[in-house]
Design a protein around this ligand. Structure first.
Ligand code: AGP
Length: 370
């Protein structure tokens, strides 16, 4: 049966608005907020095997790869395990340094992506332990892995992944907390608080969705006809810049690129002129001042800035009139919050350009051939 759009114009919009639920459903029952304990019984690997893990490969494609890039920051910070992030089509053919103390973690909405599947098969053959983070129950990857952490985002119909991505972030944060518990790398109370922040992020997303959608709806009038778009961010939000650019490319066919803000001066700043929109993710985080310096360089070259930053940061209005404010959350959960405006901007621009948002040209929901 055809899934319904529940009054929304597109599945993509419906799925963007289902993100608070996707977070809640993914986290439910997996953190005990009294004890700070994380439980992931679906991981059938023994705790001893997991505790012995010395290195992690995160393997994925597209949007799922962006979730992996965020998770590297989390796992290295809280579980103190070195992480490498690979695009699956590269991972499957390069030489790998794998043994039974290496964990390969595949991230996939569908669980059927050909390159990711080939990647875990190869890693397993070389002796790696394999876990998947997956949204489709019983999919091929979940059957082959030593354990699955399901994202409970519900069926995702839009070709452009939205709620599956947010659920992947939630699952990866949970998994980070789980590793920190096995490794005793952070105090219990710290883990409990981080778990609470993750749970709270669902409510924050719920509250900001309608407000931000309305604001972006008017803002895009002066941007929707542009030919190119840059997205920039630092740290944990650099992958969110990549994700924003991918969303815009996929559904609006505008050429877009995501960059680490500090990397602009090494080339892409040559592109900046009065016709180049640049969406910059500028929360009040530990790299805020550094990002602002990069933004000033864009402004000095007349780039058309859209800033997404923290409520109350009046500094941003002095730089550009196009500012989107988001509530302050724990710095490490900013990727969940800052993804929302990037998704909505892409959605509204694509609709304004008359594009087929749910079924963009040349794309399939899951790429099951190489
Ligand atoms: C996302 O908007 C894309 N349509 C695409 O990049 C997707 O994330 C990629 O093909 C990976 O799919 P998977 O998560 O099902 O493995």
């Amino acid at each position: 049966a055809m899934a319904e759009k529940a009054g929304y114009k597109h599945f993509m919009l419906k799925e963007i608005f289902e993100q608070p639920q996707a977070i809640t459903n993914t986290v439910r029952g997996r953190i005990n907020l009294e004890t700070g304990e994380v439980v992931l019984p679906e991981i059938t690997l023994g705790e001893e095997d997991l505790r012995a893990i010395e290195r992690i490969y995160l393997v994925a494609c597209g949007t799922s790869w962006h979730a992996a890039l965020v998770a590297k920051y989390w796992i290295e910070k809280y579980a103190a395990i070195p992480v490498e992030v690979d695009i699956a089509s590269e991972f499957r053919y390069r030489s790998l340094l794998v043994n039974e103390r290496v964990l390969t973690l595949a991230i996939s909405q569908s669980g059927e992506t050909a390159d990711t599947l080939a990647g875990i098969r190869r890693a397993a053959r070389l002796g790696s332990k394999v876990i998947t983070i997956c949204n489709v129950v019983g999919s091929t990857m979940t059957r082959e892995a030593d354990g699955t952490i399901y994202t409970h985002a519900g069926p995702e119909i839009g070709v452009a992944s939205t709620k599956a991505f947010i659920a992947q972030l939630a699952a990866l944060f949970l998994f980070t907390l789980y590793l920190s518990q096995l490794k005793r790398s952070i105090p219990v109370e710290h883990r409990r608080r981080l778990g609470q922040h993750l749970i709270d992020s669902a409510r924050v997303v719920q509250e900001l969705l309608p407000k931000i959608r309305e604001q972006i709806g008017t803002m895009i009038e002066s941007f929707y006809q542009c030919r190119d778009f840059l997205f920039v961010g630092r740290g944990l939000n650099y992958p969110i810049a990549l994700e924003g650019a991918l969303k815009l490319k996929e559904i609006s066919y505008i050429h877009a690129e995501g960059y680490a803000a500090g990397e602009l001066k090494h080339g892409p700043i040559a592109l900046i002129d009065k016709d180049m929109p640049v969406l910059a993710i500028t929360p009040k985080d530990s790299v805020y001042q550094k990002t602002i310096s990069n933004i000033e360089e864009i402004k000095a070259r007349q780039g058309r800035l859209i800033l997404i930053g923290t409520e109350g940061d009046t500094q941003l209005e002095k730089i550009t009139e196009d500012v989107i404010y988001l509530p302050a959350v724990h710095e490490d959960l900013n990727p969940i919050i800052y993804t929302i405006p990037a998704q909505l901007l892409s959605y509204e621009i694509a609709v304004r350009r008359g594009c087929d948002v749910d079924q963009p040209r040349n794309l399939a929901k899951s790429v099951t051939v190489e």
